[in-house]
Design a protein around this ligand. Sequence first.
Ligand code: SF4
Ligand code: SF4
Length: 280
Amino acid sequence: MIFQSHTPGSEPISEILTAIIWLLVMVVTLILVYKKKLIQIASIIILTIVFIVTGIIFGAQPNPVLPFQNLIMRIEMGETLLLILRSFNITAILLLTTFFFGRIFCGYACALGAIQELMSKFQFKSNLKDQKNKKTIYLNPKIAFYIRIGYFIIFIISGIVWGLAVVQYLNVFEGFKIIKNPGFPIVGIPAILIGIIIITSIFIYRPWCRLFCPFGALADFTSRVSLFKLRRTDACNDCGLCEKICPTQEAERDSLKGECYLCNRCVEICPQNAIEMKRK
Ligand code: SF4
Ligand code: SF4
């Protein structure tokens, strides 16, 4: 298995296909973002394909939280440090993409990220006229940051103290297995949690990503130092529209973009066409 997921319901062929889809989606989306051609319909098509194929059909195996789960499993099995660290090959690759291009994986290639982004489009619009009167809840970035760090610590400590049996419930990606393995006992609770996340993400932008995801916690830090990010050009006249439309408060001129999911709302709303993906 290319990612050593070693979990029931995971097959090498679906892992390989998922990896290919991740790569293709990231490349295509980056090109569209770079050329400022990521129109709404294109992002809806990409996100829908990712959710249905990698999430529903392949059961989200592998997924970005799996390495943390495998870490606990390998510790339980008493494996060597080298093998334990091998759990994180998938994390290392995904963080490398984040180091270069920010949260491109989270934005478009992750199955759970994709469905949250799709649902967000109901209430988080790309222009202020449509956004008016929408019922949305904006998370305080600092509080969200600390909640996610807390969940990260709980995830690891629960794994060390109670083992894989508990950690499997904390990784909601396990719930995607319910379509392929409805009788598999541990998927029920994570599947219910996925349902709650999907409904909540209509009103709160990406609640799982911003409040809980262990990979998201690492990707936040990596994205802050990413080489390429959405930046304002000299054409910006500080009208502030991008800051008003951004669902994560990351559109400020000096924002590090740790929580920028490349949703493209700021690019679409900018009347000066002054936001583009570039190096500093
Ligand atoms: S933060 Fe986690 S759940 Fe959200 S898109 Fe990134 S990897 Fe997926
Ligand atoms: S800065 Fe905000 S609006 Fe712009 S792409 Fe990032 S998350 Fe979306």
